[in-house]
Structures are given as structure tokens and as C-alpha cells.
Ligand binder design. Sequence first.
Ligand SMILES: Cc1ncc(C[n+]2csc(CCOP(=O)(O)OP(=O)(O)O)c2C)c(N)n1
Ligand SMILES: [Mg+2]
Length: 732
Amino acid sequence: MELAASSARESLSAAAAGLSPRQLVEIYRLMLLSRRVDDREILLKRQQKIYFQISGAGHEALGVGAAMAMRPGYDWFFPYYRDRALCLALGFTPADMMLQAVGAATDPASGGRQMPTHWGSRALNIVSLSSSTGTQLLHAVGCAEAGRYFSLHPETADKADGDYRAFRDVTFHGDEVVYASIGEGSTSQGEFWEALNTASNKKLPVLFCVEDNGYAISTPVEVSTPGGNISRLVANFPNFFFIEVDGTDPEVSFHAFQAAVAHCRAGLGPAFVHGHCMRAYSHSLSDDDRLYRPQAEREADALRDPLVKMRARLLRESILTEHELIALEHALEQEILAAADRALEAPLPLVSEITRHVYSDDLDPTSSAFATEQHAAPVSVTDKEKVSPDAKSRTMADLINACLHDEMRRDPRIVVYGQDVADASREAALAEVKGKGGVFKLTAGLQTEFGSERVFNSPLAEANIVGRAIGYALRGMKPVVEIQFFDYIWPAMHQIHNELSLLRWRSNGQWACPIVIRVPIGGYLTGGSIYHSQSGESIFTHIPGLRVVMPSNALDANGLLRTAIRCDDPVLFLEHKRLYRETHDRAPYPGPDFAIPFGKARIVRPGSDLTLITYGALVPRSLQAAERAKREHNIDVEILDLRTLNPYDWESIATSVTKTSRVIVAHEDMISWGYGAEIAARIADELFDSLDAPVRRIGAMDTFVAYQPILEDAILPQPDTILKAIVDLKAF
Ligand SMILES: Cc1ncc(C[n+]2csc(CCOP(=O)(O)OP(=O)(O)O)c2C)c(N)n1
Ligand SMILES: [Mg+2]
């Protein structure tokens, strides 16, 4: 009667219509397995042997139905926490689940880092999920885009030495479907709509499943969803297959998923399965639904419990006897009990391993592998564009653009997208017009050279840009995306903070998404005002897992961007708008292999009296101040340009401060809680004995940048501000 999960799956998916008694029994077994794992976890939580519990109770029929229609390890899965039955039916075991519940080192999804039900399995293509509701849908979209790209260009999946590709395994089939699920409450998230947008527009094989249990914790569906039915709201998206089903009936659910999968696999576009299920228990063990659901409502819902209904059906149709059902239930209990007992004995994670997988273990961007700075070797390529070093001075904008061209030629897995980055989305226009190539023209000519498949405009939605990039990257591609202005990075912050920087760590190194986000930043624009002048780099250096780079000149921008693109970590690449086309920071083109390692400061000006630590637009302003300090006050200032803010070059800071005994940290961003606070605190802590004066900081006033130039000048630090601080500190 009982089947092993894998062989059962074969027999389950064999039937196109009309399920056999044997299949119905197997469906019930999987549903019951899911429910009983929940029940065991609830017991363990009450005994304080595990630390959190959220159940999939009431969602089992939908999950088993979906798994039956799909191919584990072939299709891709971006489930959410209610998908216990789905994961069990795909091949995740109760033992895997129990190991996560106790937080064991051998928890296959996260090594004890994530709560239970935060699934993840490389073998099954179940991508590690966060607790954030809805973010994963955009990953699913990017994942589908990458699958399509690899199937159209299979040669690009080959391993390559010398960059992240050496460490990213690529698998694809050409017709894989990407499953992504979400609760009905979470469809209120913007990312849900942003995912539907791109899946629809690009006809991607993403199967969206909304598991509608009528509540988002205590908030009923009509509060979240106008009219109370999400199917009605999404019905006009083009290219979709839509179906709304009773998600408490596994057979009905299975047939819905079969039709949806067929649509996706045939390349006709995405699918949307809206399953009405129920919540058999409260939202989680931290919730008590008796506080907000009347008894009659709870009792009516209980009548729709998929387990109760399926059991009754097996009896009604004489598929199993009461005795056989009890035997089945008993066997499952024993299996789960044994799994729980083993999990409670499992080794716990090591405290010494806590920071493992914050960054790539494989490729260190601070290493000498990226130190071609002194000996950039030109590579000959058969392209009409000049790619060898030359003597002509180029702006930062030119050399960033040149690096993007070089790297896209070298690495066919790079895609570039963002708002207005294409030359022209309507390709035919390019016969008549020059093309846009970004609002600052940094991506000019990329679409023309590499085509619209690799360089394209995104919707005006920053979370969409970053979320999809995560999906692309976890398949092994390298998105180099643009956020048009730093001031508008905030809609993507959720993706950056909770997903991008965390995927590797939370999955214990199973998944990674090394993308590059290029972002024009900063003020000194004379009229840039509040929403085109923002800084805020320390907000991002405060995120473990994310590299933050901020060059101050054309040559550094070129070499650091190359390292950012080739490395195996996610990188936020901050480009100061004011420095894009300055005359003082230009440099000749250094060739297509010029790279600068992260974490190596540059001594902009050697000096002996005082150290000035800075970066970005304050580098030229500090230099001006230092020259005047020398001329007018005979103070010899040493300027360090950090170039990368995470990691940063502590060694060079310590060497310089030890030499000069006086230090100022200067940045454009607001002074309070800014980047300088961290550097100053560490200097005070570790170099106290070397100091002859307090550590000083320079930064903007604690306010946003105003439009009127006299206000802007007063708000942002100027060379005069820096000079005054130098003179004061020397006299201390
Ligand atoms: C972005 C985000 N906001 C809030 C939460 C807290 N939270 C967790 S689950 C949940 C309700 C989700 O409801 P629904 O999408 O209907 O899924 P269900 O739990 O009912 O299956 C909320 C508000 C979260 N995890 N993520
Ligand atoms: Mg819900």
C-alpha cells in the first residue's frame, strides 16, 4: 500500500486524467504526512524542544496537486512557508524538516540559520526562501529569464576560469517551469504585481500559485483584496493561463496544475492558479485565531479541511477500510517520531562557523587575482572598437562604459538592464536615432553592440530590477543592473537587505546571487535638490553580505567595476554623478583586463602631519583643502581614498594614522550615523595610543540637500570646511 516518495511520484504524474485508487491513497499519504509533521512540530514546540512553528495545515491538497504536475530537480520552485506538503511530495523528507525545526548543523536548507518551513534544496531546485512575503516571486521571474537565455545560448553555460563562472553550476532543459507560490494576503505586495508584469510581458514559464486561505494572520481577504477575489483583479494580464479551483480537493488541484504546467511548458506564457484552501490551525503557534474568528466561522471552515474530506472519500469509495487507514496513520506516526528523535540528537551548528558564507568562500575580491592594477595587459579582440590602452584622457563615464563593453564581450552571461539603459527599446528606431543608453549615458551603445536580449529597459520598478537579478544570478548569470538614481533605490531596499545580501548565508552556502547594482549617487549638482543629491552609503555598508564600492576617479571606476563584475559576491557600485565628467579625474583607457582588488585604499597625497580618510566626491575637495593647508599653513596632509567601503582598507588606515597621529574622516553624507562614525570609532578603539588629538569627522549637515545653491553649498561639506578642520586639528 505504501510507496516510496520517488516511485510514487512517477505513478502519480503518469495519469493525465482520472486518478487511480492507488494514486488517491498516495495523495492522502503525502497530505497526512504533512499534517502529522506539523502536529509533531507543534508538540515539540510546546515541549520547548524547537523554537518556532508554522503549519501548512489546510494547504496540503494544493501542494500535493502542484508537485504531482511538476518535475522535481528539473523544474524550479520558489515556495513559501505553507508549502510543506508540496516539498514532501517533491522529495523533501520529514527528517529534513525536523533537522531545520531543531536548528541542527545538518539542516539541509540552512544549517540551523533559518526557521522551520524555510525550505531549500539544490538537488530539488527548491530555492532558499526568506520570511518576507512576496519577494520570491521576482526571483522566480529572473530564474525563468535565465533558463530561457541558457536554452537559447547553451554554450554560455560552460564553465570559465578567472571569474565567478568557475564556481557557478548551470543546469537547464529548455522547457522547465518555475513554480512560485504566495498567500492571498501577500498579493497586496507591490512585488506580486511587478512579477506578474514581467512574466506577462516576456511570456515567461512561471506558474504563480495563490494559496487563498481567506486570512493574512488576522486580516480577512476582503480587507487586502478589493472585491475579495484576486483572480478578478489579475484577469486582464496578457499571455496568462488562469484557473481558480477548490484547493481543498487534491484531484481538482492536480488537474488545474496540469493544465497550467502544460501552458507554461509549451512556451505560451505564465500561469496563475488560484486555489481556495483553508487554515486548519491558527496562523502560527504564536497566533490564536479564536481572538478574531467567531466559532461558527471556524467550524464551517473545518468542514473544508482537505484531510478530513480526503479520508472520507477513501472510505466512501471503498478505497481503504477504516482499519487500513489507521494502519497507514500509525506507520506515518512511527516514521515521523523516528525522524524527530534523530533530529533531537543531531549535531548543533558551530559558533565558530557563524560568519561562514556571508561572502563567497571561493573567490576573494581582495585577493591578488584582481591586482592587475600595475600591469594591465591588453587583450586583442577582433572588434572594431579600440580595446588596447591608449593615451587619450577619458572621463569616469567613458571608462565605466568601456568596462561594460569589455566585460560583455568577454562574458556572455552578463545582462544589463534598468530604467532607460537601452539605446532604444523599439529597435527599428535605431536606424534613425542615436539611442539613449541611460540618463547619464553610461550604458550607451551596449544594446547596439550586444542586442536587446542582453541589454534592455526594465519597468519603472526598482524591486523588479533587483529581484529579477537575484533570480538570474542564482541560475549562474551575471546581471549588471542600474538603479537610475540612488535617491530611488529605496523600493529595492527590501530585496537588497533581505534577499540579495542574505541568500548565500541563509542557505549555508547552497545558493548565491553575485550581481552588480550600479547606482549614480551624490550631490554638488547645483540644483540637484532633495531627490537627486542623496548619499547614504553607510546604510548599505551596514548590510553583511553586500560589497560596497565608491570610486573617485575614472581609472579606479574602470578597475573596480571589472572586479565587481568578475567577483562572486553581490556588489553595490556607487558612481558619483558629479565625478562622471570632471576634468581632474580623467585617465587613459587601461585595457580590458585592468582590475583593482577591493579593500585597497589609494594614497592620493602623501603627508606627515595629519591623515584625511575619505572617498567619492570628497577626494577632490580634500585635495584642494590639503594643497591650501600646505601652502597657507605648512600642514602636510596625507589623503587616503578608501575606494571600497566594504571591505575597507584598515591596514592602510592604521599605517597612516600611526605615522601622523592625527586623523579626520570626511564624507559627503550626513555626519550623524554616517560612514565616518564607524571608522572613527575603530580608530579610537584600536589606535588610541597613536593619537595626539581626537578623531574628527566631516560630513553634510543632518538634513537633506536643498535646491537653492546657497543652501546646497551650506549643507554639503566644502573645501573650506575641510581646511578649517585640518587647521583646528593640527593646532589641538
Ligand atoms: C514583507 C512582510 N511583511 C509582513 C510579514 C509578517 N507576516 C508573515 S505572514 C503574514 C500574513 C501572510 O498572509 P497570506 O499571504 O495570506 O499567507 P498565509 O499565511 O495566510 O498563508 C504576515 C503579515 C512578513 N513576513 N513579510
Ligand atoms: Mg492567507
